[in-house]
Design a protein around this ligand. Structure first.
Ligand code: NAP
Length: 291
């Protein structure tokens, strides 16, 4: 069993850290809002620390799962960052969805200290985190991946190394690019079904058995048909992720016309005060513009 720290007890981190305890690991947590850390300790046991640096002291593995690049820099490289508490031979695993650049930046800072780094964004959402069945996309050295794989199994059903540091984040970008077009297609299908006077639920029950089937269709069609968008992955997060992917595309020369367009559609949903609505709310935008 491993001695680990978990930094960031948000929607994702809270249950992920809980699964580590349930799998017999010794867990110390840190959360910026300390009441959440206290609640976590009450629920799962383990202990909490006052700073990321304190949480990281003496641990084999330190996990981070915060919001964006700047948050990650703060909890890793900041004055009270984990880098000042970790020791040579330990491993830092970052589950934040962030840029490949910040992953490389962090690796550059910690390599001279003989600390290993793996970027490891996740897919599967809140339900995947709660049920411990996330997909983890990882970048780094094979030996470091082997060292943490069995620990990460506490909250994942698939964890793969895709290449050197940054490859996990690049893979997550592919994931978000694929989702953007699929959700817009599903929203347009349901919008059309409404306009045509069809029973959308029956329509999806039929077509989901054929070539149109997707995870989004299986998991979202009922709530979309009812106009419910108040759960799942928030648009603010999706725009952050698409922004990262579009920046990377500008650098690597790829063309992402649909992802760029859907990003703009999401900005229109934000203007409808839908910042925390889930990504399937693209249908709300279409319904608003119905003739
Ligand atoms: P969240 O609920 O907003 O939680 C963010 C966590 O990061 C909180 O614990 C927050 O602390 C902490 N944090 C943020 N900025 C910080 C800073 N500057 N210093 C210290 N702590 C900071 O977010 P989430 O849904 O768990 O998502 C976390 C990451 O996973 C994001 O990168 C997101 O894109 C990604 N992700 C999310 C989902 C999803 O379905 N939610 C799915 C896949 C990937 P406080 O409690 O003090 O605010």
């Amino acid at each position: 069993m491993a001695k680990v720290a978990f930094i960031g007890l948000g929607v994702m981190g809270y249950p992920m850290a809980g699964h580590l305890v349930k799998n017999g690991h010794e867990v110390t947590v840190y959360n910026r809002t300390s009441s959440k850390a206290a609640q976590w300790v009450e629920q799962f046991g383990g202990q909490s620390a006052a700073t990321p640096k304190d949480a990281a002291k003496g641990q084999d593995i330190v996990f981070t799962c915060v919001g964006n690049d700047d948050d990650l820099r703060q909890v890793v490289l900041g004055e009270q960052g984990v880098i000042h508490g970790m020791h040579a031979g330990s491993v830092l695993v970052d589950h934040t969805t962030a840029s490949a650049d910040v992953a490389r930046e962090i690796a550059t800072h910690i390599k001279p200290l003989n600390i290993a780094f793996l970027d490891a964004p996740v897919s599967g959402g809140q339900t995947g985190a709660e049920n411990g069945v996330l997909t983890v996309m990882m970048g780094g050295e094979p030996a470091d991946f082997d060292a943490v794989k069995s620990v990460i199994a506490a909250y994942s059903r698939c964890a793969e190394l895709l290449g050197p540091v940054g490859s996990g984040q690049l893979t997550k970008m592919v994931n978000q690019i694929c989702i953007a077009g699929v959700v817009q297609g599903l929203a347009e299908g349901l919008h059309f079904a409404k306009s045509a006077g069809l029973d959308g639920l029956k329509v999806i029950e039929v077509i989901s058995k054929g070539a149109a089937q997707s995870w989004q269709m299986e998991n979202r069609y009922q709530t979309m048909w009812q106009g419910k968008y108040d759960f799942g992955f928030a648009i603010d997060w999706m725009r952050k992720d698409l922004g990262i992917a579009l920046d990377e595309a500008r650098r690597n020369g790829s063309h992402l016309p649909v992802a760029a367009l859907v990003d703009q559609f999401y900005s229109e949903v934000q203007a409808m005060k839908g910042n925390r609505w889930d990504t399937s709310s693209l249908l709300a935008r279409l319904e608003k513009t119905r003739n």
